[in-house]
Design a protein around this ligand. Structure first.
Ligand SMILES: Cc1ncc(COP(=O)(O)O)c(C=O)c1O
Length: 371
């Protein structure tokens, strides 16, 4: 699905030098590269504060911890996402309210959010799935109307631009009060282990987030908040400084792969290619098709048999997972999520895909439907 080796080979000299310099400095925790990476990412994202942390799940947890929510406060998010987006809400004892996404672009439905808002709702977590932004302008308007916090899960959208109606634009993750991301190796900006970060333009929140991520400590051995230990390793920060310099180029290369897929599938009635929204660019963390007429699993089995990788993101609706049965939802409550779980298929996608690889994948898929 991804080729991390090909990418490493391309930038190996710079990566090796970056790692070696950390090894020689022995500044493994909170070394200078961590702050430098945060500053460089701030400039790239056009945001006032980047607070790095240990992974994208911690980033979400820290975001949820800093807001002073109380047990039972309601938080609305999408049912069609990676588990991390919803698990932190449950973990912290807030009431998880999940809603359906849009069937065409996979992102949370604003109408569904509107219907789910109650007087107890305190926050919305839009997840910019597969690399394209949610309808943020409508979400921000709705949040302003009901006085809700917006925490953007931008783990799959590092570098995506959101275009406002007035012609201005912002990076995904910098529109709401807080944004979060992950540097998991396969992410568009991925390190060589775990890593994550939080974005905000709010000075006080940034200070508190830094403190909570460091045991609740602003001054050494004085604890103002209950915190956790969530730090980005210096080695990972040094790697990310190198990879950030290539991010725009890599995202552009992914768009070229997506265009080639679009083109190849344009004449295949059994496949829906990913819908593009005018308010967002797309960085194709995943290229996800929908397979019609109940043929998804047969297509996947065929692709496995001819050694073409494909993955189902995500196979089971979250409300039917054992751990979340307590929410009391029934099987039929989320028709869009349930349909997507049986139709979606993500294809190999990375910046180093060659034309012959793309041709092999597309002709394999088209052959299956021609049979
Ligand atoms: C949408 C989304 N949110 C959160 C996460 C969690 O990130 P991490 O694996 O770094 O904890 C991921 C990815 O893994 C993700 O895809």
């Amino acid at each position: 699905m991804v080729d991390l080796r090909a990418q490493y080979d391309k930038i190996a000299t710079e990566i090796d030098a970056a790692i070696k310099s950390v090894l020689e400095s022995t500044a493994f925790i909170k070394g200078p590269d961590v702050r430098l990476f945060e500053e460089e990412l701030q400039a790239y994202m056009g945001v006032k504060h980047v607070v790095s942390c240990a992974n994208g799940t911690d980033a979400l947890q820290l975001a949820m911890m800093v807001l002073g929510l109380k047990p039972g406060d309601e938080v609305i998010t999408t049912n069609f996402t990676f588990i991390a987006s919803i698990e932190v809400v449950a973990l912290l004892g807030f009431k998880l309210v999940i809603v359906d996404p849009e069937p065409g672009n996979f992102n949370i439905s604003v109408d569904a959010i509107r219907k789910a808002v109650t007087p107890r709702t305190k926050a919305i977590i839009p997840v910019h799935l597969f690399g394209q932004c949610c309808d943020m302008e409508s979400i921000m308007d709705l949040a302003a109307e009901h006085n809700l916090y917006v925490i953007e899960d931008a783990a799959q959208a590092t570098g995506t631009d959101y275009f406002f109606k007035d012609g201005s634009s912002k990076k995904a993750g910098t529109i709401g009060l807080i944004g979060t991301t992950s540097f998991f190796p396969s992410k568009n900006l991925g390190c060589y282990g775990d890593g994550g970060a939080i974005y905000t333009n709010d000075d006080a929140l940034a200070r508190k987030l830094r403190s909570i991520a460091n045991h609740g400590m602003k001054v050494r051995y004085h604890y103002d908040d209950i915190g956790i230990n969530s730090r980005l390793d210096t080695i990972q920060a040094a790697i990310l400084r190198v990879k950030l310099r290539y991010l725009s180029q890599f995202n552009e290369a992914r768009r070229r792969v997506a265009a080639a897929y679009d083109d190849a599938f344009s004449r295949c009635n059994s496949i829906s290619t990913p819908e593009r929204m005018g308010y967002s660019s797309h960085i194709f963390h995943q290229y996800t098709i929908k397979v019609k007429d109940g043929k998804r699993d047969a297509l996947k089995a065929y692709l496995d048999s001819v050694e073409i990788p494909s993955m189902v993101y995500y196979p089971g609706p979250l409300h039917m997972q054992e751990a979340y049965r307590y929410l009391g939802y029934s099987e039929i409550d989320f028709p869009v999520t349930s349909a997507l779980c049986s139709e979606v298929l993500s294809l190999p996608m990375h910046p180093d895909m060659e034309k012959d690889q793309i041709d092999y994948i597309t002709s394999g898929i088209l052959k299956f439907f021609d049979k």
